[in-house]
Design a protein around this ligand. Sequence first.
Ligand code: ADP
Ligand code: NA
Length: 320
Amino acid sequence: KVEKKLDVLCLGAAVVDIPLRPVSRDIFDIESYPVEQIAMAVGGDAMNESTIISRLGFKTGLMAAVGDDAAGAFILRSCKKDNIDTEGITVDPNLNTSINIGLVTADGERTFITNRNGSLWKENIEHVNFDKIKEAKILSLASIFNCPLLDGKTLEKIFKFAKEEGMTITADMIMPRLGETLDDIAGALQYVDYFFPNFDEACLMTGEKEEDKVADKLYSYGIKNVVMKIGKRGCYIRNKDGVMIVPACKGITAIDTIGAGDNFASGFIAALLQGKNLKECGEYANCTAAIAVQHPGATSGVQNREMVEEMLAKYKKDYE
Ligand code: ADP
Ligand code: NA
């Protein structure tokens, strides 16, 4: 068997975020509204994930669509800086790279202004390079419902191909944007080895409210391992052997949980690549996310594998 060129290929969303803070609710009453900083940052679940996994020391590729514009160039530059393979990125001259403006009040309330015709909404099967996907050991979809045109039927085709290539498939999800249901993605979920919804997302999809029932229902769709993120409690894992809760890191003061889920998935995938068992993967994921929530934004926390190893050493001590 040929040696794989990539460890992971992250498929999904790559965007530019412009967070503005602090803004008050009466911005329109003021002629020119000053904020402390206006600067672009990369964002999008696949962008965040590929950044963190690459920093954890694995060969990572990103597959997404961007426009032939300054925001797209900014994303490509960030990939270069973090040593991410960009051969899977389509620079499509017909697209405007999605830019999300985040408005945050002094007390942390937030809203987003997004381009409904941006690249995130236009990314589709035409931007998916199957030959590139098969260069990797793991396909990570980040995230289901993030790019609405990568719908259930499309994902089913992509996942079926990845499985035929012997790949491991992981997937995160966000809240549906267009009212999609579990049945819309059932065909795709049957191929997923590790699924990373958070508890609220899992409740909404299943219509259940209790952890066991929520996880059982997702498991009944053929997902091999349901890995549900349960915030400061850690993660709840359901598979053929039963149920396991892997507790979160203790004594963490979360200042910004944006991207916590992306960091969790990244840590989990990095642990899989190290050959760790399921419980160890949950621990590694919790430790990666715990670093992220102590820093602003999604990618300013975890810089290298040493940071996670250090957190893991503390974790082991705390639970001795
Ligand atoms: P999402 O960010 O997708 O909504 P969660 O809020 O469940 O998901 O957070 C993801 C992960 O981040 C959790 O599974 C946990 O490992 C970690 N985490 C979140 N909040 C805390 C906290 N207060 N202390 C320690 N770990 C946390
Ligand atoms: Na998430």
